[in-house]
Design a protein around this ligand. Structure first.
Ligand code: NZQ
Ligand code: ZN
Length: 385
């Protein structure tokens, strides 16, 4: 096992009806800006519930944070905070609203061009406004991690940053809030959480058995409950399991002391930035091809994955590995997420722009061995056609 430091200060308040706890969780004297997405928070009544729970506090609203949140939108929230003087932020939504809120929290006191927060990967961040979240979509783990992914429309760049100061102080996870999600978002959430586990698990053996078993447990749970979450949308226990599994998939716990990959995410971000695919759609396309491309380096872990997650025990390690990759693709398709670029009418002509953008964004040495060059990324994209 590699050396590591683990820190996660986010308080999780889990269960039906827990939004009322906002009154206890946010300081009484705070002036709170509530950030949310399009129409869902208002339509579902969640926004009303949140405002009611905040009682007599001074509040303001900032709506319109889009899926794959845009820098251009978020800097307007930064301006509003500077003008109106909020000292606490509350994100109400999915990963996009939470990621956007993290950026806003870090940008308010940032000296200089706030896009540098992204280009420096967070290294230039010094402080952030405190904030909490009310999660309405189980998928990203953003509710309990220090990562944020922001898109700059003007340059079609989708970049991530991390900083300890943008862990949410608390996140309220009420599974009932997921009942209104359209099937597409449930499908996306299951696939995103699944790939988060894979990025931290499917590398090479690192003498970290407890991380492995945690990861395998999360994957098996997603395989079991994913289709059920689609089939029975109002099953509280299924939604509760999905919500907590997605949080555990990317709250840092399973990634400590082990090598991590993240190349599928980086290739996927380019597909979203250039062609607008949903985050999870990009992952379902890239992951199977990436695993085949990296089969020699990943074979030992793929064989373990085949045995422990899929119950495949026959054949050579290579045969088991290949079968597990195929089963992974079938699982994504069963979750109604397509696994080929051609499913989105994207053909050979998209490959070079994707490679150019990856290179421009400095994504030239990806994966756990930092050996995925643009040339190899090109092969992965081509294999995904
Ligand atoms: O905008 P509204 O109207 O609110 O609708 C949203 C949005 O269109 C809707 N929605 C959310 N909760 C709902 C609901 N509709 C009905 N009922 C509800 N309860 O769902 C749509 C998608 O929301 P979004 O927040 O974009 O989805 P998700 O949570 O999947 O977040 C995706 C973003 O997170 C980033 C992705 O890159 C992408 O930008 N990621 C963040 C990570 C992190 N911070 O650690 C890691 C991930 O790998 C990922 O990159
Ligand atoms: Zn993801």
């Amino acid at each position: 096992m590699n050396n590591f430091e683990f820190y996660n200060p986010t308080r999780i308040v889990f269960g039906e009806g827990k939004i009322v706890e906002l009154n206890r969780l946010i300081p009484k004297e705070a002036k709170v800006l509530i950030l949310f997405g399009g129409e869902s928070a208002r339509k579902t009544g969640t926004l009303d519930e949140v405002e009611k729970a905040l009682g007599h506090r001074q509040i303001g609203l900032f709506g319109g944070i889009e899926a794959n949140p845009r820098y251009e939108t978020l800097i307007k929230a930064v301006e509003q905070i500077k003008q109106e003087g909020y000292d606490y932020l509350l994100a109400v939504g999915g990963g996009s609203v939470i990621d956007g809120t993290k950026f806003v929290a870090a940008a308010v006191n940032f000296e200089g061009d706030s896009w540098d927060i992204l280009t420096s990967g967070g290294a230039k961040v010094t402080s952030a406004l405190p904030f909490g979240t009310v999660l309405t979509l189980p998928a990203t783990g953003s509710e309990m991690n220090k990562g944020s992914v922001i898109t700059r429309e003007a340059t079609q760049s989708k970049r991530a940053f991390m900083h300890d100061s943008v862990y949410p102080q608390f996140s309220i996870l009420d599974p009932v809030k997921t009942f209104t999600l359209p099937p597409r978002q449930i499908s996306n959430g299951v696939v995103d959480a699944f790939v988060h586990v894979m990025e931290q698990y499917l590398t090479y053996p690192a003498n970290a058995p407890v991380q492995d078993v945690f990861a395998e447990g999360l994957l098996k749970t997603l395989i079991d409950i994913g289709p059920k979450a689609l089939a029975t949308p109002h099953d509280y226990d299924i939604r509760a399991s999905l919500m907590w599994t997605a949080t555990l998939a990317l709250n840092g716990l399973i990634g400590v002391g082990v090598p991590q990959d993240w190349s599928t995410h980086m290739l996927g971000h380019e597909l979203t930035a250039l062609y607008g695919l949903d985050h999870a759609q990009t992952l379902a396309i890239v992951l199977p091809s990436m695993l085949i491309e990296k089969l020699p380096q990943k074979q030992a872990k793929l064989a373990q994955y085949a045995e422990q997650v899929w119950g495949v025990h026959d054949g050579s390690d290579k045969q088991k590995a290949l079968q597990a990759i195929e089963l992974t693709r079938e699982f994504f398709e069963r979750m109604q997420v397509k696994t080929r670029l051609s499913d989105y009418n994207l053909g050979q002509d998209v490959i070079e722009p994707l490679i150019e953008s990856l290179t421009k964004n400095g994504m030239t040495a990806l994966g756990e061995h930092h050996d995925i060059t643009p040339e190899i990324s090109r092969r992965v994209y081509v294999a995904s056609l």
